[in-house]
Write a protein that binds this ligand. Structure first.
Ligand SMILES: Nc1ncnc2c1ncn2[C@@H]1O[C@H](COP(=O)(O)OP(=O)(O)OP(=O)(O)O)[C@@H](O)[C@H]1O
Ligand SMILES: [Mg+2]
Length: 436
């Protein structure tokens, strides 16, 4: 649909959204002249004084299908109306979508909260009318039943198929809304991250250019987005053409893929987010040996499972170091995690600390793992360089940035088949460093 450039600012839904955070519209024709309804979500920006609206338009056929599914026999009529008694789906007896209900003597109290059932004489036959509001929407579901005796009516509402259809539609709505919401969040965060990364990189003399990071972020996020898009399309087709109850497994599988992709985006944006945290906030003094022990504690279980031999060669009586503990621990975690990944079952990792001079401490992390080929060594600090199936390739890139910001330095030596050693040099008190 060629909707580019359309001005929605005068539409009813846009005006509604100035006052609320989400909104399900009535069925309307819109620019496309096709009966449809919209679900709109508002995302208020935390960074700037503005908001985004995300609008999903869904063709009325879905409601029609949903209503028709509830008809037990061909004489029955199930349809949806809004609070003004305008039909939101076609009704067999009372008119077509967007027309007002044809029969005026049908009593419907639009503000009722629960199911209401009563009987009427209709075409000289006894019939029953039942209606109930659909929660979270502006609609009321109405059914007229000519085929079944009164006492069977409640079975309509408990019928397994009905329940499953209702549940599937509900779950799908929730999943789609949640995924969209999460994505909007992530994209917004990623946007913000990029701005911060750009600001930081101005001070960074060594790292790869910003364009590269931006292109990398876009590429890494576009892949899962494409997957989500494809799976959502399939789900839409299933809803439109398939039997929901029969396709339950397929749905679960599709939702699973969507969740995996969202998780992938989340990993990337989280890593970038932690990278951009301001350093000054967390400055405190602490013992580096204890901080290292804490980090190893975080991954104790993995170390045990892999039967890794951890050796600590700590210099005693080191001066307390004044820096952002959380960020330094993040660097240590990234590097130790890489070492854990690199070694075989039963491998060895050795962590050393050493006072280099009055204001510098050296931490080295040595493993006897696979090692890094000489020609790859220059790439390991670049964003998104990874040789791992599930790696983001951000670990070392982020670590390098943090160490530089903390006023330190990081070096690596490696030999294929023998192992790798990362050496971090960090000032005890960065302020003394600056005076120098
Ligand atoms: N100790 C090591 N031994 C062997 N190779 C390593 C080691 N540390 C890093 N590498 C190589 O450098 C690459 C980049 O590491 P980095 O930590 O940036 O990303 P990753 O570990 O692949 O992904 P992530 O840390 O996000 O899960 C790794 O994929 C690996 O090929
Ligand atoms: Mg890593």
């Amino acid at each position: 649909y060629k909707l580019k450039g359309k001005d929605y600012s005068q539409t009813e839904w846009f005006k509604e959204m100035l006052l609320r955070t989400d909104y399900v519209t009535d069925v309307f024709l819109g620019y496309r002249k096709i009966p449809h309804f919209s679900i709109i979500i508002k995302k208020q920006s935390v960074y700037r004084d503005k908001f985004w609206l995300l609008r999903v338009s869904i063709n009325m056929d879905i409601l029609q299908k949903f209503a028709s599914n509830l008809e037990i026999s061909s004489q029955d009529d199930a349809f949806i109306i809004n609070k003004d008694r305008i039909l939101q789906t076609n009704s067999k007896l009372f008119g077509n979508v967007l027309e007002p209900l044809k029969l005026n003597n049908i009593r419907i109290e639009t503000d009722k909260r629960s199911v209401t059932i009563y009987d009427i004489e209709f075409n000289r036959k006894q019939a029953y009318i039942a209606y109930a509001p659909i929660k979270g929407t502006p609609w009321i579901l109405v059914t007229t039943i000519c085929s079944k005796p009164y006492k069977k009516i409640p079975s309509l509402f408990t019928k397994e198929v009905t329940l499953i259809s209702l549940l599937s539609i509900f779950v799908t709505f929730i999943v789609i809304t949640k995924s969209i919401n999460t994505l909007v969040n992530r994209i917004e965060k990623a946007d913000h991250e990029r701005e911060i990364a750009i600001a930081n990189a101005e001070h960074s003399d060594k790292l790869a250019s910003i364009g590269r990071l931006a292109a990398g972020v876009a590429h890494e996020i576009n892949n899962p987005l494409a997957i989500i898009n494809e799976k959502a399309g399939l789900m839409k087709d299933l809803i439109q053409y398939g039997d929901l109850a029969q396709n339950k497994d397929r749905f679960t599988q599709l939702i699973g893929s969507i969740q995996d992709s969202v998780a992938r985006c989340r990993t990337i944006t989280h890593r970038l987010l932690s990278f951009s945290k301001k350093i000054d906030r967390g400055r405190e003094d602490f013992n580096i040996n204890e901080a290292i022990k804490e980090v190893v504690g975080f991954i104790e279980k993995e170390i045990q499972t892999k039967g890794i031999n951890m050796i600590f060669d700590f210099q005693e009586n080191l001066p307390k170091i004044i820096t952002d503990k959380g960020q330094l621990q993040q660097v240590l975690l990234n590097i130790i995690n890489n070492a854990v990944d690199a070694v075989e079952q039963g491998g060895t990792i050795e962590i050393k600390t050493l006072l280099l001079d009055t204001n510098h401490i050296e931490i080295s992390i040595k493993d006897n793992g696979i090692g890094i080929p000489k020609d790859k060594l220059k790439h390991i600090f670049e964003p998104f360089y990874t040789t791992k199936k599930k790696g983001t390739g951000l670990g070392l890139y982020i670590s390098y940035g943090i160490i530089k910001k903390l006023g330190g330095d990081i070096n690596v030596e490696s030999e294929v088949g023998k192992g790798t050693i990362f050496t971090i040099k960090i000032p005890v008190n960065p302020e003394l460093e600056e005076i120098k």
